[in-house]
Design a binder for this molecule. Structure first.
Ligand SMILES: [Zn+2]
Length: 152
């Protein structure tokens, strides 16, 4: 069925951007859209085939927030890998020899790098890193504009 869909794409080059009917993320769809057909993105299609229910795949902020308690629990486990040993070394040397801002940034970076590596190991295309960089640069620019507008 996937091959058929791809073949169809090649013949019918007109595509429209539509939200996935389950998670809501934007996806390409042949134009005109198929009628009476659930428009499901590749991610949801794959997870439905693995037995997940549509309810579990929704991605509204409320749906995502439901995962916070479990994320906190897993984060605590991951803390061991990205934090505990290095923090022990800081105490061996003596925390008074470190600048607090430098330490905070170092440990934030360790956590963020762990998350990004995890996302890549879970099949996030590495080129997503370029998009994340772009989004971060844009967010930084917006923050500078906001600060200037507030006169900071
Ligand atoms: Zn989806």
């Amino acid at each position: 069925m996937k091959a058929e869909k791809r073949g169809g794409k090649a013949k019918n080059s007109r595509m429209v951007n539509v939200p996935c009917s389950i998670c809501g993320i934007d996806m390409d769809c042949p134009d005109p859209k198929p009628k009476n057909d659930m428009l499901t993105c590749d991610r949801c299609m794959e997870l439905l085939e693995k037995g997940y229910s549509p309810e579990e795949l929704k991605m509204t902020p409320q749906d995502i927030a439901k995962h916070i308690p479990r994320c906190e629990k897993v984060a605590k486990e991951m803390q061991y890998l990205a934090f505990d040993d290095a923090w022990e070394q800081v105490h061996e040397i003596g925390i008074e020899h470190f600048d607090h801002e430098t330490l905070a940034k170092e440990f934030y970076n360790r956590g963020a790098v762990s998350m990004l590596l995890l996302m890549i190991s879970l099949e996030m295309p590495p080129e997503m890193l370029d998009q994340l960089e772009e989004v971060s640069r844009e967010a930084k620019k917006m923050r500078v504009v906001e600060k200037n507008n507030r006169g900071e």
